[in-house]
Design a protein around this ligand. Structure first.
Ligand code: FES
Length: 183
């Protein structure tokens, strides 16, 4: 996992899109309790518990951080400090679709940086951000295993290969159109 300057791709790959606001989280809360219980006696439990919590909720709401702090016998500021340090963790809900731009070596040298800039411009958000309509979140990764077809991006589980900056809008429009049709 990397600090705030970069993002960890493997970690990112496990992140689910954000849950709907107001969604019933009782089942998730119960699962979180189990995880906290399971890890409470282990050294170095904080990061694994945070990872599981983020994969459950899609992000780390403050109430979840407080629960984890209490459950692991840590202060809230300790927990918040770790969350703030690692770019993998997010305290804001993810958009419906998570876009990850590969900045691994092959993709970087073949234009991944330009693709990322095009996405920033098109979405109006930076890495780690979510569009105001909640449709997209933007992240970066390090190699999706398709280096021969670089540069690549992933949107949710779909890999797009040989992406050109000029094609970014067309790709996003697929998701915008389907969101419009879904009402
Ligand atoms: S470096 Fe981008 S897919 Fe491998």
């Amino acid at each position: 996992m990397n600090a705030k300057t970069t993002e960890g791709p493997q970690a990112d790959a496990s992140v689910k899109a954000g849950r709907e606001p107001g969604e019933d989280t009782r089942e998730l809360d119960a699962r979180l309790e189990e995880i906290i219980h399971e890890y409470s006696d282990r050294a170095g439990a904080l990061i694994p518990v945070l990872q599981v919590a983020q994969s459950l909720y899609g992000y780390l709401p403050q109430r979840v951080l407080k629960r984890i702090a209490l459950g692991l016998g840590k202060s809230y500021s300790q927990v918040a400090g770790v969350v703030g340090f690692y770019s993998y963790f997010t305290t804001v809900p993810r958009g419906r679709h998570l876009i990850r731009v590969c900045l691994g070596t092959a993709c970087y040298v073949r234009g991944g940086r330009l693709v990322l800039q095009a996405l920033r411009d098109e979405l109006g958000v930076d890495v780690g951000g979510t569009t105001p309509d909640g449709l997209f979140s933007l992240a970066v990764g390090r190699c999706f295993g398709a280096c021969g077809l670089a540069p690549t991006i992933m949107i949710d589980d779909q890999v797009y290969q040989r992406v050109k900056a000029a094609r970014v809008r067309d790709i996003l429009d697929i998701y915008r159109d389907s969101a419009r049709k879904a009402g």
